[in-house]
Write a protein that binds this ligand. Structure first.
Ligand code: DC
Length: 224
């Protein structure tokens, strides 16, 4: 038996990766690692400092000032600690999504965050979600899943989520943002969003949470 297992879940934003990965990690007793949160933390730092997130040189110059930690608390959440401050809530603000997407296209940012992600997988059994986990971060992962759904379906989910959170946004706006972020994430030259050759591609369009959960759990168990 192996000491640690790694399950990689990649896919576009809003495909349900984080909700599913969190529930699957609980079921399997693995640590859920949300890698989007670390890009969001860097994006948030650029935002705080008033730096244009598309300015690669300016963002790269910020990196030596950034100390980032992932901490797992009793609430089961992955907390992001940025220079000693818990920014777990702040990085979820809607304006930070585009900052995260922009800074994540900068190769120096991706290199800066790589060890942190690999260290987690070296020391724990993980379910790690992101955009390039199966292709770049953990190419040796035991299971690679690529989760996708139509942009309309993903925007609808995001719409419901924001409504439940008490910060509603119009569907049309969310759809447009979703499509813009997809374009950014898929067209960048540094680790663009694409399925690994040996990934299992799962389309969750129209699925309930339970249907997707069962499908993913079965797929993972068959492969571990
Ligand atoms: O999963 P998320 O929406 O929290 O991710 C925020 C942004 O970070 C997303 O637009 C793309 C980027 N990202 C990335 O480039 N690579 C990852 N492994 C995870 C996220």
């Amino acid at each position: 038996m192996k000491e640690h297992y790694a399950v990689a879940i990649d896919g576009p934003s809003g495909a349900g990766k984080s909700t599913l990965a969190r529930a699957l990690a609980k079921e399997l007793g693995f640590v859920y690692v949300d890698t989007g949160a670390i890009y969001r933390s860097v994006g948030y730092y650029a935002y705080q400092r008033g730096i244009d997130p598309a300015d690669g040189a300016a963002v790269e110059a910020l990196l030596p000032e950034i100390q980032l930690e992932m901490v797992y608390r009793e609430d089961g959440l992955q907390h992001m600690i940025l220079n000693g401050e818990d920014v777990t809530k702040e990085i979820r603000l809607p304006e930070i999504s585009m900052y995260a997407s922009r800074v994540s296209a900068i190769p120096a940012v991706r290199a800066f965050l790589m060890d942190m992600q690999r260290d987690m997988a070296r020391t724990h059994s993980v379910i790690m979600d992101g955009r390039d986990i199966g292709t770049v971060v953990l190419p040796q992962a035991d299971v690679k899943l690529f989760l996708t759904a139509s942009a309309e379906d993903r925007a609808r989910r995001r719409c419901l989520e924001l409504e439940e959170r008490g910060t509603p946004e119009p569907y049309e706006k969310l759809l447009e943002e979703m499509q813009e972020r997809d374009r950014n994430d898929a067209s960048r030259s540094a680790a663009p969003l694409r399925p690994a050759e040996d990934a299992v591609i799962l389309d969750t369009t129209g699925n309930t949470f339970q249907q997707s959960f069962d499908l993913l759990l079965q797929t993972i168990k068959e492969r571990l």
